[in-house]
Write a new protein. Structure first.
Length: 275
């Protein structure tokens, strides 16, 4: 008997283990913003072992975009730093499969295509600081509207390593103008969630032509008294992977994260501080 699908409203108050179980059983494949409050959520980048060292260096070179939460051993399906119950192959809500830099398909389970040389990188996610902002009374409009946060390619360049490089991806959230400094301070406490914003205000200044046309996710309204605020985003590795054109690479689908069994205040493997 096929388990009944779960919708977002049913998932909101589930434990992290129950959220992962619903995802693992194929009952839920939507965005994970607002789920498993207080627990770390991770972006994923999975590459063949021959490319793992270069990708590791890419993450170290770009800690705002790629704050490392954990790295698997080749072929291992878990990352001990994220908790013993986490399975990389099944526990992200959706995965993107790339062949030679092109998106081939999207799947909800990697079990049938897992290889013994694959190395998984878990990268911190901005969904973590969203919980802190909401506790401070700052609305997250994409959560309120049950859509995936808007994400955009920019002209901000990353520091390359081997075949990996390209522009930074940012996520955008409207913030009341009179609370910008408060938001910066709150987010600065979460280096594994990309820390403080990288830009505020004009999208054109960082190469975004139209806020109504995000590259990933859905647009959200910017209301009177609000300004658009941009954070480094864990989708940046997907741009680097597409540029590298590896024979096979796998990522999470934007907005569909891996939920870990560790506190959202966990520090990156390579700690950094915002200026």
């Amino acid at each position: 008997m096929t388990p009944a699908p779960a919708d977002f409203s049913q998932m909101a108050d589930m434990t992290p283990a129950d959220v992962r179980r619903a995802i693992r059983d194929g009952r839920y494949s939507g965005h994970t913003a607002g789920l498993a409050k207080g627990m770390l959520q991770c972006n994923l980048a999975i590459v063949p072992g021959d490319y793992a060292a270069d990708f590791h260096t890419f993450c170290r070179n770009n800690p705002k975009s790629c704050p490392l939460a954990g790295i698997s051993a080749p072929g291992e399906t878990g990352i001990a730093r994220l908790g013993g119950d986490v399975d990389i192959r099944t526990d992200a809500a959706r995965y993107n499969i790339y062949r030679f830099g092109k998106l081939e398909k999207q799947v909800t389970d990697l079990s049938d295509m897992w290889q013994e040389d694959l190395v998984a990188f878990a990268i911190g996610c901005s969904f973590t600081f969203e919980n802190a902002l909401r506790r401070a009374g700052i609305a997250m409009r994409h959560i309120d509207e049950n859509v995936t946060v808007p994400m955009y390619r920019t002209t901000l360049e990353t520091v390359p390593s081997g075949p990996f490089g390209g522009g930074m991806v940012v996520s955008m959230r409207p913030v009341p103008e009179d609370r910008l400094e408060e938001v910066r301070k709150i987010c600065g406490n979460y280096p594994l969630a990309h820390g403080a914003p990288v830009h505020t205000g004009s999208p054109e200044a960082i190469g975004i032509a139209d806020l109504e046309a995000p590259d990933w996710g859905q647009p959200v309204e910017i209301r009177k008294g609000e300004v658009p605020v941009y954070w480094a985003c864990g989708v940046t590795p997907q741009v680097a992977i597409m540029r590298a054109k590896l024979p096979l690479s796998i990522t999470h689908a934007p907005g569909a994260m891996l939920i870990a069994d560790v506190d959202e205040r966990t520090t990156p493997i390579y700690p950094y501080t915002d200026d």
